[in-house]
Structures are given as structure tokens and as C-alpha cells.
Design a protein around this ligand. Structure first.
Ligand code: UT7
Length: 337
């Protein structure tokens, strides 16, 4: 059977109300606005309220994407939620989101691939449509990373933020439009570089794991930085070659938003013009699985995702994992605020 073309028809997002600036973090951490903004490009981030979980943000983003696509929740064939900060280890956050949007009966599962999760979820959802097993798929990236942070660790606390983004995948009208291809990968030798050690079956929760803050993100920032700048370049080249495209053909580059220095270095090595690089890291920090859909939404609002344009997205993160995706867009619907 010939695979069916798949398009990303609509996007929706939601971020928590509370804005935390670098100056506010400097009140409790040995850091400064100057260090954070020059080393990472981040100026502020959104932080969820007490009791606010990934599904609370994800359900709002999902409802907005569905409304923009004019797709009823009951018409969905599949819901995939990518998150490294799920509501619970189980049931899946996808189940909570499904309940909130009124998609009872629809298959719903979580996908764990750290910050690369959104790209992996796109690949999974689009395969269901391409193979004829689904007509309409909802892909959500929902994160409340702030609840997984050791707020005394300045090496990680300043980098992350909370937010959610969702897209609707549907059958594309023609094979010239839609998702053209993916490059996905994982390097298990780097699994120890970025992790949340305790709370799973390897290190179940004990008083000691709590007291030693092993329920928070641990990262070797320097090594992850080197990996990111290398893998963005090789993965993007791979997907471009696979589709017979050149870097000059790309109209918009949407990388995972971890550090502006990673983005700038990778863009320079790839030879992509700075005006084609999208970034909103300054206002949100690293929102993990939500970062790419948050960018897609703002890029669409700014009129940067027009008919026929070539969009290159790339994610990377713990695993160490990576994924890039090349899309020929037919536009991207969103609800005007
Ligand atoms: O989603 C994917 C996962 N994450 C990433 O992609 C993150 C990748 N890594 C990075 O973005 C960067 O490595 C960081 C932003 C984490 C760190 O930047 P860096 O330029 O690599 O700094 P560094 O780790 O080499 O630290 C330089 C100095 C150190 O002090 P000493 O040893 O030179 O005295 C750190 O202790 O900066 C210090 N430092 C800070 N100072 C003020 C580390 N964090 C902070 C901070 N404020 N928040």
C-alpha cells in the first residue's frame, strides 16, 4: 500500500500565567541576569502554579489546536502526548488530556523521548495516518518541568520553563504537501548525561532519594551542549539529503529551544541564514517537548508558515536522542487570540 501524505493542519498552545524573570531567580540562587542571558539567551520563563500539572496545560493547548483545525474530539483516532514531566508515571497523561477534551474511547498514550519527544510523537502519529490506521491524530507536547527541578542547582534551575503545544495531523490533499520525512536517532552511551535518577524502578522513592534531591533533573551541561551542536547539524543534513533538498531551500528553521548559543552555532555550521531561524527561548526557556510547537504557533502568528514553504524542525535531548523533520507546509491554522 502506498503511504498516504500527512499534513500538520493546526496548532494550539498554552503557557502558565506566572512569569519568572532572571532577576527573580537571582534573589534565591547564586546567579545573575547577565550570566543567564549571555550563556543561554533566556530572560524569563513561565512557571506553573502549585497543583498545575502537564495535562492542565496540555488539555488547553489541545482544545485550541482542535478548534483551529475544526476537528471534533470524538473524530480523533489517536492521541499521543510527549512529556518528560507527566502528571504521574501512569496512567498516561494522554488519558487525562483525553478526558478533559472529551475524546472518550480514543486510543491515547504517552511517549517518552525527553526533549526529542515532540518529533518522535510526530513521526509516530504520522505513521498511523500514512499507513491508513488513522485519519486524524492529536500530538501534544506538555511540560511542567519546573516540578522536576532542584531549585538550589543553578546549573539547571535557570534553564527550564513550563508550557504546552499541540498539533493536529490529517491526510494531506497531495503528496507535494505535508511531512516529507524524518531522521530519528539515539546514542545510549550518553544516557547518563541528562537524567532524573529516582522515582522509577531503578531507584524507587525513599527518604534518602528525596533528601539527596535525586527526584530532580541532573545534567552535564557541557557534554550535552557539544552533543547538541553536533547532532543538530548531522541530523538536519541527513533529512535534507534524504528528501533531495538543500539547506538554501529551507524557509524556516525551528530548532528545540535549549540554548541560543546551541541554536546559533548549529545554524552557522549548517549555513542557514539568521533570519530563517526561529527562536522564542528568551521568553520561555527550555520547555522540552513543548518548545517546537510553541515556536510553530508563534511563527504561524507572525505569518512565517505560508503555503508551500519548507520548514525544518529538529529536537534533541536525554537519551541522548535526536530527531529532525522536514515539512512542506500548506499553511498552519491557529486561533487568533
Ligand atoms: O533540552 C536539552 C538539554 N539541555 C541542553 O541542551 C543544555 C546544554 N548545555 C548548556 O546549555 C550549557 O552548557 C549551560 C547553559 C548549562 C552552561 O553553560 P556553559 O557555558 O557550558 O557553562 P559551564 O557549565 O561551563 O559553567 C561555567 C561557569 C562555572 O563556574 P566555574 O567552574 O567556571 O567557576 C559554573 O559553575 O558558570 C557557572 N555557572 C553559573 N554561574 C552563574 C553555571 N550555572 C550558572 C548560573 N549562574 N546559573
Amino acid at each position: 500500500m502506498t503511504p498516504r501524505p500527512v499534513k500538520i493542519s493546526a496548532v494550539g498552545t498554552h503557557v502558565p500565567e506566572r512569569i519568572v524573570t532572571n532577576d527573580e531567580l537571582s534573589l534565591t540562587l547564586d546567579t545573575s541576569d547577565e550570566w543567564i542571558s549571555t550563556r543561554s539567551g533566556i530572560r524569563e520563563r513561565r512557571i506553573a502554579a502549585d497543583g498545575e500539572a502537564a495535562s492542565d496545560l496540555g488539555a488547553i493547548a489541545a482544545a485550541r489546536a482542535l478548534e483551529a483545525a475544526s476537528v471534533r474530539p470524538k473524530d480523533l483516532d489517536l492521541i499521543i502526548v510527549a512529556s518528560l514531566s507527566p502528571d504521574m508515571l501512569f496512567p498516561p497523561t494522554a488519558s487525562f488530556i483525553s478526558g478533559r477534551i472529551g475524546a472518550d474511547g480514543t486510543p491515547a498514550f504517552d511517549l517518552s523521548a525527553a526533549c526529542t519527544g515532540f518529533i518522535y510523537a510526530l513521526a509516530t502519529g504520522s505513521s498511523f495516518i500514512a499507513s491508513g490506521q488513522a485519519e486524524k491524530v492529536l500530538v501534544v507536547g506538555a511540560e511542567v518541568v519546573s516540578k522536576m527541578i532542584d531549585w538550589t542547582d543553578r546549573g539547571t534551575a535557570v534553564l527550564f520553563g513550563d508550557g504546552a503545544g499541540a498539533v493536529v495531523l490529517e491526510v494531506a490533499e497531495s503528496s507535494d504537501e505535508g511531512i516529507l520525512g524524518f531522521d530519528l536517532g539515539n546514542d545510549p552511551s550518553g544516557a547518563g548525561l541528562l537524567k532524573l535518577p529516582a522515582g522509577g524502578s531503578r531507584e524507587p522513592a525513599t527518604i534518602e532519594t528525596v533528601e539527596s534531591r535525586r527526584h530532580s533533573i541532573r545534567m552535564n551541561g557541557g557534554e550535552v551542549f557539544k552533543f547538541a551542536t553536533r547532532i543538530i547539524v548531522s541530523s538536519c543534513r541527513e533529512v535534507l539529503v534524504q528528501q533531495g533538498c538543500r539547506i538554501e531551500d529551507v524557509d524556516l528553521f525551528v530548532p528545540h529551544q535549549a540554548n541560543i548559543r546551541i541554536i546559533d552555532t548549529a545554524a552557522r555550521k549548517l549555513g542557514i541564514a539568521p533570519e530563517k531561524v526561529f527562536s522564542n527561548l528568551e521568553r520561555y526557556g527550555n520547555t522540552s517537548c513543548a518548545s517546537i510547537p510553541l515556536c510553530l504557533d508563534e511563527a504561524a502568528a507572525a505569518g512565517k508558515i505560508g503555503q508551500g514553504e519548507l520548514v525544518l524542525m529538529v529536537g534533541f535531548g536525554a537519551g541522548l536522542s535526536w530527531g529532525s523533520c522536514l515539512v512542506r507546509t500548506g499553511g498552519l491554522k491557529r486561533i487568533e487570540e
